[in-house]
Design a protein around this ligand. Structure first.
Ligand SMILES: Nc1ncnc2c1ncn2[C@@H]1O[C@H](COP(=O)(O)OP(=O)(O)OP(=O)(O)O)[C@@H](O)[C@H]1O
Ligand SMILES: C[C@H](N)[C@H](N)CCCCCC(=O)O
Ligand SMILES: [Mg+2]
Length: 207
């Protein structure tokens, strides 16, 4: 039976890929980045491969767009029209970890935001948030936007050095589970990522 875990975040570059890929590798799940915007500096799918998801568990992107910007604009620049029906969740045997692009309200097209796509999927969604200053506001705004669309929230995954009060404050005010925290790894490789995921998260959340 297929189970889906959606990974969004408070912003671009917060560590969604590193977390999502580490999680997928740890639980033997499939990884899917439906829309990749930006090809030159490496893709999230390539990172999945480098960081320990076996090639047969990587679902190819539905769209690969050249420009590293919001997908709606990257598609316009490439002369591509994003068809939301191509963003239907693929059928896999087991668990599928799906990663958005940027934050939850990033436009996929000029009509549809990622959060709207997440609402259509209706699957447990994880918010990846930095631990640093500014995260309380960004995290609470992201959770409000998801709740406004009735997206089921599995919890928050923090990335960065421990900030106990910020992490606790977000989870208490938003009433969401704290799934765990991934520290900044000085050497990012499959082994160190696995060790950090397994020690930083309660894996029961992902069963
Ligand atoms: N825990 C970590 N330890 C070390 N480096 C990290 C960690 N998390 C993220 N990084 C680095 O920070 C950068 C941004 O991370 P990442 O690509 O995961 O962001 P993202 O949220 O997936 O961005 P996008 O919106 O483009 O998908 C990358 O260079 C990544 O290698
Ligand atoms: C290019 C980047 N790495 C992501 N793929 C897309 C981020 C879109 C952010 C849009 C925005 O919020 O302004
Ligand atoms: Mg990413």
């Amino acid at each position: 039976m297929r189970r889906v875990i959606v990974v969004t975040g408070t912003d671009t570059d917060v560590g969604k890929t590193v977390f999502a890929v580490g999680l997928a590798a740890a639980i033997g799940a499939y990884y899917w980045k439906p829309v990749q915007a930006g090809l030159e500096d490496g893709t999230d799918t390539a990172s999945a491969s480098k960081l320990g998801v076996p090639a047969e568990r990587i679902v190819p992107e539905a769209y690969r767009l050249a420009t590293p910007c919001s997908p709606h604009r990257a598609a316009e620049i490439d002369g591509v029209e994003i068809d939301p029906t191509r963003l239907a969740l693929p059928d896999v045997e087991g668990t599928l970890v799906v990663e958005g692009a940027g934050g939850a309200l990033v436009p996929v097209t000029r009509e549809i935001l990622y959060a709207d796509v997440f609402a259509r999927w209706g699957q447990p969604t994880i918010v990846v948030a930095r631990t640093g200053l500014g995260t309380i506001n960004h995290s609470l705004l992201t959770i409000e936007a998801l709740r406004a669309r009735s997206v089921p929230i599995l919890g928050i995954a923090f990335v960065g050095p421990a900030e106990d009060d910020s992490e606790r404050t977000i989870c208490e005010i938003a009433r969401v589970p704290r799934l765990g925290r991934l520290p900044h790894l000085t050497s990012l490789d499959p082994d160190s990522l696995q060790a950090a995921i397994l020690s930083g998260f309660d894996m029961e959340f992902f069963r």
